[in-house]
Design a protein around this ligand. Structure first.
Ligand code: GCO
Ligand code: MG
Length: 402
């Protein structure tokens, strides 16, 4: 069996996506997501110029060997561009193998460990009352877990607050939108928000919150402590994680569960965090962390330390990533939760998929492979449109972490 074509498809049905489609001499094809928000064309070129020529005529059944060849063979290891490109190849090959076996990928991984994948949705609003109402909408849609983000008085462009409620998308301009960050205002505000949400919606629903890398470790410890009475499912990205040891300080000050890892691309980014049990949930996902093959290694390491998975699932990860992630989630023994931000109807049309939502859970469906395809003709109607993620500055103009 041979790979006959590896095609990179860049499209923008509401937002940009990079997709790799691998075709074989047996008529089967597979797809993989390669989207890196705001830096899409770097991965497209990496795949088109440097990876596709290596794939031609090679055996698509050799998933592990292909992964090793692309990782070791580049000489330059890791990094989001490289690992997203490897992920796209890996996902497409798992998709092909599933189609060869006539089985969904979760069956190849070891079979279902659960009946469905608990997901969390995003409720956000302009202030405490609006956000609390939005949480109510997700409760009535059947969600068991909800991420809560709110506008903050005095903070211009607080993270996670959309312009429309359904399809929050931060990458929005040719030049980055500038937001202003105020840590003190945020630390005063956050406990009041969660106090109100618990008051109105009770203690059953799982509540999550994303700090989006804005605090120092000691500030994060203080926030976690102030949120303890409201029993969060997790506090996410409370401080930048390049310095994994920094989480020791956070951990020493709070029992609020911690989630980290949406920007990680390798097991080496989270080894200390996991081995020292400094986090509770690892957020690495298929597309940015080297595909199913590498994510499986991360999850296996995490399982040794009772760290559970909680994969990134924002709208900048395409349905191809979601399909692969859901197959992974249905199997992975140490599953925690999966993020689920609904895609626009245009995106859903370009990527026909077998996964479905019911009563707070997603199921990957039972189509062979990852259960997601791409309609190339439709994709061609939505050409690439350059967009940047926002940036954050402090009130005095200093750059901060967005
Ligand atoms: C999340 C994330 C996203 C990111 C986005 C960047 O938890 O869902 O933080 O919303 O900001 O994926 O491209
Ligand atoms: Mg996040």
């Amino acid at each position: 069996m041979k790979i006959t074509n590896a095609k990179v498809i860049v499209c923008s049905p509401g937002r940009n996506f990079v997709t790799l489609k691998i075709e074989t001499d047996q008529g089967l094809h597979g797809i993989g997501d390669a989207t890196l928000n705001g830096r899409e064309l770097a991965v497209a070129s990496y795949l088109e110029d440097h990876v596709a020529p290596l794939l031609l005529n090679s055996d698509p059944r050799r998933i592990e060997d292909t992964w090793q060849r692309l990782y070791r063979g580049a000489y330059w290891r890791r990094g989001p561009v490289t690992m997203s490109a490897i992920a796209a190849v890996d996902t497409a090959l798992w998709d092909i193998k599933g189609k060869m076996a006539n089985m969904p990928v979760y069956e190849l991984l070891g079979g279902a460990s659960r009946d469905g994948v608990m997901v969390y949705g995003h409720a956000n609003g302009s202030g405490i009352e609006h956000t609390t109402d939005e949480v109510g909408k997700y409760v009535s849609l059947g969600y068991k877990a909800i991420r809560v983000q709110s506008g903050i008085p005095g903070v211009h462009g607080a993270y996670g607050v959309g312009r429309g409620q359904m399809y929050y998308e931060p990458a929005d301009g040719l030049m980055p939108t500038e937001t202003i960050w105020d840590t003190a205002a945020y630390l005063r505000f956050a406990p009041k928000l969660f106090e109100r949400v618990r008051e109105v919606h009770g203690s059953e629903i799982h509540l999550l919150h994303d700090v989006h890398h804005r605090l120092t470790p000691i500030e994060a410890g203080r926030l976690g402590k102030s949120l303890e009475p409201f029993d969060l499912f997790w506090m996410e990205d409370c401080t930048p994680a390049e310095n994994q040891e920094g989480f020791r300080l956070v951990r020493n000050h709070t029992t609020t569960p911690l989630a980290v890892g949406e920007v990680f691309n390798s097991i080496h980014d989270c080894r200390t965090l996991i081995e020292e049990q400094l986090i509770d949930f690892i957020r690495a996902t298929v597309v940015h962390a080297g595909g199913i093959t590498h994510l499986r290694q991360i999850a296996n390491l995490a399982a040794l330390y009772q760290v559970r998975t909680g994969s990134h699932g924002a709208t900048d990860l395409s349905p191809a990533c979601m399909g692969a992630a859901l197959n992974f989630d249905l199997w992975v023994p140490n599953f925690g939760i999966q993020e689920y931000m609904r895609h626009t109807p245009e995106t859903d049309e370009v990527f026909p998929h077998a996964y479905s939502f019911s009563d707070g859970y997603l199921h990957p469906g039972d189509e062979p492979g990852i259960g997601v395809d791409i309609d190339e003709d439709l994709a061609a109607k939505y050409p690439y449109s350059a967009k940047q993620l926002p940036i954050a500055r402090l009130k005095d103009g200093s750059m901060w972490n967005w």
